[in-house]
Design a protein around this ligand. Structure first.
Ligand code: UT7
Length: 336
């Protein structure tokens, strides 16, 4: 870590669709109740795209806001990483489409990485490697997710959880020698990957033996196993990341976790012995927006006065793969 060039987080933005679906609205789809959903998850409502709106629109707005805050122009960006698990098209990738729409120069590399709800932390680690090694100087990270498009809206075990949204970050080589990433860890375990699956539709060539099953393209999840995985793996992992940062958990100002389930957030909070004012949770209003959930919670936390900038935070994510990750970061004044 120490021989990498220092990286600065220069700007962050987010965007959520306007359409709100409440727990009561879901009663039109299947038998459920606001009470059941809220007590088990902490969710009251979520935002979803409608009509022709896609992750491109959400990602574009989030990226423009992050650029504005950072003070950089599209011409200054020399790499784009999109952490979108549900882009509207497999190709052109979301990052390539955003390059065009934002007016970022044509020769700049743009690629998507898939790490589901851990996408933002994975992208941050990749960007850190590029900037740290001096390969690229200023990188746009976009985490824009459209879970509502791959949600099975007849499955009350999964469709209560997810929502749509986007977050974006501009990271750049630090001009004052201060590194805004104090520690970062990413991990994966494919042997438990079946806990959350989206099996793509698609058939074999008609001239060969057909496949036994054709994927539905919808999310299939074993909620109980995911829950157990999250509460047993993530809190200790976050603690480990904090100790790697050289700070103690008391010294860190905020916990900004992936918003998957309020009870999972509380398990991490309890492990760190944090009071409620140190923990940022907005799951009540947005549900699980996948890779976008951390930047949405961060910027909204600042807008609502829950987070004061000029502080430090521990971020953590987990999701399909299974993947998980954590980072201790500095939140400078003016980044959002
Ligand atoms: O980024 C990672 C994303 N994923 C997660 O974080 C998921 C983590 N897991 C969870 O949050 C929880 O497992 C859920 C909230 C998804 C489900 O809670 P649960 O306590 O594990 O419920 P369950 O699926 O075991 O279902 C318990 C009962 C069942 O009825 P029976 O079989 O006991 O009669 C379900 O049919 O609750 C029923 N049920 C519902 N009832 C009302 C399931 N979904 C609903 C619903 N409304 N929406």
């Amino acid at each position: 870590m120490t021989n990498l060039r220092p990286m600065k987080i220069a700007g962050i933005g987010y965007c959520v669709p306007k359409t709100v679906i409440t727990n009561d609205d879901l009663k039109k789809l299947y038998e459920t109740s606001d009470e059941w959903i809220y007590t088990r998850t902490g969710i009251k409502e979520r935002r979803v795209v409608s009509g022709n709106e896609t992750a491109i629109d959400l990602g574009l707005e989030a990226a423009q806001k992050a650029l504005n805050k950072s003070g950089f122009e599209p011409k200054d960006i020399d790499c784009i990483i999109s952490a979108a698990s549900v882009p509207p098209q497999l190709y052109p990738t979301l990052s390539c489409t955003l390059q065009d729409k934002l007016g970022i120069p044509g020769q700049v590399p743009a690629f998507d990485l898939t790490a589901a709800c851990t996408g933002l932390i994975y992208a941050l680690q990749v960007a850190r490697g590029f900037i740290g090694a001096g390969i690229y100087k200023t990188i746009l990270i976009v985490a824009s997710d459209n879970n509502s498009k791959i949600t099975d809206w007849t499955d009350r075990g999964t469709s209560i959880l997810f929502g749509d949204g986007a977050g974006a970050m501009i990271v750049t080589e630090s001009d004052d020698g201060i590194d805004d990433v104090l520690s970062i860890n990413i991990s994966a375990d494919g042997s438990i990957g079946q806990m959350i699956q989206t099996n793509m539709p698609g058939q074999c060539c008609p001239l060969v033996e057909p496949a036994d099953e054709i994927g539905t393209g919808k999310i299939i999840m074993n909620g109980k196993d995911v829950y157990k995985f999250a509460v047993t793996t993530v809190p200790a992992y976050v603690e480990e990341c904090i100790s790697k940062s050289g700070m103690t958990s008391e010294e860190i100002d905020y916990l900004i976790p992936h918003q998957a389930n309020q009870r999972i957030i509380e398990a991490i909070q309890n492990r760190l012995k944090y009071s409620d004012d140190k923990v940022i949770s907005n799951i009540k209003y947005y549900g699980n927006t996948s890779a976008a959930s951390i930047p949405i919670a961060l910027v909204e936390g600042v807008e609502q006065g829950k987070i004061k900038l000029g502080s430090t935070a521990v971020l953590c994510g987990f999701g399909a793969g299974m993947t998980w990750g954590a980072a201790v970061v500095r939140l400078r004044e003016g980044i959002c």
